[in-house]
Design a protein around this ligand. Structure first.
Ligand code: PEP
Ligand code: MN
Length: 635
C-alpha cells in the first residue's frame, strides 16, 4: 500500500506510522516526491486500510493493485534515475553501454574500451562468466576477465557492467563491477536475484526469452525487495515463431514498461536481433520508442570473436550509431548521456561566486521554466544551478563580474533566424568567449490554470515569437485575444498569478510544471522542425583552461573587411585554400559606420591544428579586425 503523509507531519507521528506498519510485518520505503512524501509499505499480511488511515499524520492510503509493488508506477510516480559513477541512467538522457560480448584478453578489452569511449559510450560492457548454450563454447575468462574489464574501465573513466551467473560470485562482483547484469537465462533464478539485490548496487535485469513483461517486473520486485533501489530493466528479444532473427525484439515492451513501472528500461539490439546489420535500425527504433539506453556489442575483429561475433558491430558502425542517436535525441527532447569532459571545474578567479564547492552556476535570460533554462539543464551536469535574469545583457554581466561561472544565450532559431542582439553582445564583451553549444527542439504548449478548459479561454499571452510560431493553431480560435508578453515562461507566471480561467499562456512543459499549471494542449507549434541553438559563454580565463585539452572542433570568428571590391571574397578564400569547412556566415551592420558590416563565421577546426593556426594568421592579414569569439566542442 501507499501511505501519503500530511504536508506538515510531526516527526513523532511519522515514526509512529512506521512502527505501526513494521510491527505488522511490512517493509517500509520512504519516498520524497516532488509534491508529497509517501511511505511505501509492502507485506503479505492482509490489513484493513482504514486502520492506517486513522493514524495521525496520514493524508490518505492507496492500495497497490499490481502483484509487483516496489517496481510499480503506483508505488512511485516519478521516473527513477540511477546513479552509476558520474552517469545517471533514466530521466531525459539516453545512456549507451558498449563493449564486447566477452572479455577475451587484456589487450582486446583495452582497445575496444578506448574506441567505444571515443564514440560516446558511457559504460563499458564485457562478459567474464558466459552463460552459453553449448558447454563446448568459450565460457569466459572468469575473475581474470573481471580484472581486465575494471582496468579498461578505469583507464577510460568508464563504469563497467558484467553478467553474474551464480550467487557465490556476489562478493567478487561487488568488487569489480559497477552494474551487475542478470542475464536472460537467469531472470527467474530467484536465489541469484535475492543475493544480487542484497548488494544494494545497480542491476541490469534482462528479460527472459519466454518471459512476459509481468514476469520481468516480478523479477525486478525480487531485486528491490532484497535491498537495491537501483534496477534497470532490459528488453533483449523474446522467442517467437520467427526464425529470421535470433530473437524478436519487443519494442512495444518499452512504452508498456514505462506505463507500469518507474524503473528505467534499456534495450539490447545485439542479442535482440543476432544480426549485425539489424542492430542499427533496431537501436534507433528503441530510442525513438522511449528507451532510456542501449547495451550494444562492439568488437574490433568480429570474425574472430570468441562469442557473438555475427551480432557485434565494427567500431565504425558503432560510431555511426552514436551520431544517429545524437541527431535523434533532440526530436525526442532527450540528450545523449556523456561522461564529463566538456566542463572544467569552476575556476578560482571569482571571489564573488557564492556557490558550494564544485557547484556550477549558470545564468540565463527569462523566468524559471524558460527554454534557455531547459537547454542549460540539458547541457550541464545535474548539479548545475540555474540563475534567472531579466535581460540578455544581464547574463553577460553576470559572467563578466564572476557572479556566475557560465551563461547561456540563444543565438539562432530554425524558423525565425538569428537573434541579432546576442551577436552584438558577443562583440561588446571582449572578455567573454563561447565555450560550448546546445541545440534543443522547441515545443510550445497551451497552458492554463488548474481546472481551466479550452472552452473557458478568452486571452492567450506569450512572447511574440511564441505567438507567431503557433499561428496556425491560434488562427483556429479567432475569438481569442492574443497578447504579447516579454517572455514565454513569464507569461505562465503571470497567468498563474492572475488565477483566471479565461487566461492561458504559451510556453514549455517545464514552465507549466514550475508554476503547477495545467497543460491544455501539447505541441501547438505550426512547424515541428523548430530548433533553437544556444551558446554557452564564460570568461576568457575559463575558456583558455578548457581549450588546453585541445579537443575543440568548432571556432566562431568575427571580422570586418575593407569596404573595397572582393575583400570578403579574399577572406573566405583563406578558408577555402586550407580546406576549412565554413558552417555559418552572418553579417551585422557596424555601429556608427552605416552600411559597413561585421562578418560572423563558424568553421570546423580541422584535425591539423597547425593548418588552422596558419589560416588565422593569414586571415588577420586580409581583414581589418579579427576576433575569435570561441573555440569549443560540438558533439
Ligand atoms: C550478454 O549480454 O552477453 C548476454 C548473454 O545476454 P542475454 O542474457 O540477454 O542473452
Ligand atoms: Mn553476447
Amino acid at each position: 500500500m501507499i501511505v501519503v503523509l500530511e504536508h506538515n507531519i510531526k516527526p513523532t507521528d511519522k515514526s509512529n506510522i512506521v512502527h505501526f506498519l513494521e510491527d505488522k510485518g511490512f517493509r517500509i520505503r520512504e519516498i520524497q516526491g516532488e509534491e508529497e512524501t509517501i511511505l511505501g509499505a509492502v507485506g503479505i499480511i492482509p490489513i484493513d486500510l482504514r486502520e492506517v488511515e486513522l493514524l495521525p499524520g496520514v493524508a490518505r492510503v492507496i492500495p497497490i493493485t499490481k502483484p509487483y509493488k516496489l517496481a510499480s508506477r503506483e508505488f512511485k510516480k516519478e521516473d527513477t534515475s540511477i546513479p552509476v559513477g558520474s552517469v545517471k541512467i533514466g530521466g531525459s538522457r539516453v545512456a549507451v553501454i558498449a563493449g564486447p560480448c566477452s572479455v577475451e584478453s587484456r589487450q582486446q578489452i583495452m582497445e575496444i574500451a578506448a574506441l567505444v569511449r571515443e564514440s560516446g559510450a558511457v559504460i563499458l560492457r564485457g562478459g567474464a562468466y558466459k552463460a552459453r548454450t553449448s558447454p563446448y563454447a568459450f565460457q569466459g575468462l572468469g575473475e581474470e576477465g573481471l580484472k581486465y574489464l575494471k582496468e579498461a574501465g578505469d583507464a577510460n573513466g568508464m563504469p563497467v557492467i558484467s553478467e553474474i551467473v551464480t550467487p557465490e560470485h556476489a562478493g567478487m562482483f561487488a568488487e569489480y563491477a559497477d552494474i551487475l547484469q542478470v542475464g536472460a537465462r537467469n531472470m527467474q533464478n530467484f536465489e541469484l536475484l535475492k543475493r544480487v539485490g542484497a548488494l544494494h548496487k545497480p542491476v541490469l535485469l534482462k528479460r527472459g526469452p519466454a518471459a512476459t513483461i509481468q514476469d520481468l517486473l516480478m523479477s525486478a520486485e525480487y531485486l528491490l525487495a532484497h535491498g537495491t533501489n537501483y534496477v534497470m530493466l532490459c528488453e533483449r528479444g523474446i522467442r517467437t515463431f520467427e526464425t529470421y532473427t535470433r530473437n524478436t525484439l519487443d519494442i512495444s515492451a518499452i512504452p508498456v514498461v514505462k506505463k507500469l513501472s518507474h524503473l528505467p528500461i534499456l534495450v539490447d539490439p545485439s542479442h535482440g536481433t543476432g544480426i549485425r546489420a539489424k542492430v542499427l535500425p533496431m537501436a534507433l527504433a528503441a530510442v525513438a520508442a522511449g528507451a532510456d539506453g542501449l547495451i550494444v556489442e562492439v568488437h574490433t575483429d568480429p570474425d574472430h570473436a570468441l562469442s557473438d561475433g555475427p551480432q557485434s558491430l565494427y567500431p565504425e558502425q558503432f560510431e555511426k550509431l552514436m551520431r544517429d542517436i545524437q541527431a535523434l535525441t533532440p526530436v525526442l527532447s532527450k540528450e545523449l548521456a556523456r561522461l564529463p569532459e566538456t566542463l572544467s571545474p569552476p575556476p578560482a578567479y571569482s571571489p564573488t561566486v557564492s556557490a558550494d564547492q564544485g557547484q556550477i552556476l549558470v545564468a540565463f535570460q527569462g523566468e524559471p521554466g524558460a527554454f534557455s533554462e531547459n537547454a542549460l539543464l540539458r547541457y550541464f551536469p545535474d548539479s548545475a544551478q540555474s540563475q534567472p535574469l531579466q535581460e540578455f545583457r544581464d547574463v553577460f554581466d553576470s559572467v563578466l563580474t564572476g557572479k556566475s561561472h557560465y551563461g547561456i544565450i540563444p543565438i539562432e532559431n530554425t524558423l525565425t533566424g538569428s537573434i541579432h542582439q546576442n551577436y552584438d553582445l558577443l562583440l561588446q564583451y571582449p572578455d567573454i568567449r563561447i565555450v560550448g553549444e546546445k541545440t534543443i527542439r522547441i515545443i510550445h504548449n497551451l497552458i492554463g490554470v488548474p481546472g481551466a478548459r479550452i472552452k473557458d479561454i478568452k486571452r492567450v499571452y506569450s512572447h511574440p515569437q511564441g505567438l507567431s510560431q503557433c499561428a496556425r493553431y491560434l488562427d483556429s480560435y479567432p475569438q481569442w485575444e492574443k497578447i504579447p508578453y516579454y517572455d514565454t515562461a513569464g507569461s505562465i507566471a503571470f497567468v498563474a498569478r492572475e488565477g483566471n480561467k479565461e487566461n492561458a499562456g504559451i510556453a514549455s512543459l517545464d514552465a507549466a510544471r514550475v508554476h503547477k499549471m495545467n497543460v491544455l494542449k501539447e505541441g501547438i507549434e505550426t512547424d515541428s522542425q523548430n530548433y533553437t541553438r544556444f551558446v554557452i559563454i564564460a570568461r576568457e580565463e575559463l575558456a583558455q583552461a578548457q581549450n588546453r585539452t585541445g579537443k575543440a572542433n568548432r571556432a566562431s570568428l568575427v571580422f570586418s573587411t575593407a569596404n573595397t571590391p572582393g575583400s570578403l571574397f579574399r577572406a573566405l578564400q583563406v578558408l577555402a585554400d586550407r580546406n576549412i569547412n565554413m558552417v555559418k556566415l552572418e553579417s551585422r551592420p557596424i555601429a556608427g559606420k552605416p552600411w559597413e558590416e561585421m562578418f560572423y563565421v563558424d568553421v570546423d577546426i580541422p584535425e591539423e591544428k597547425e593548418s588552422f593556426q596558419k589560416a588565422l594568421e593569414e586571415l588577420s592579414g586580409v581583414t581589418e579586425t579579427l576576433r575569435i569569439l570561441g573555440l569549443y566542442t560540438v558533439k
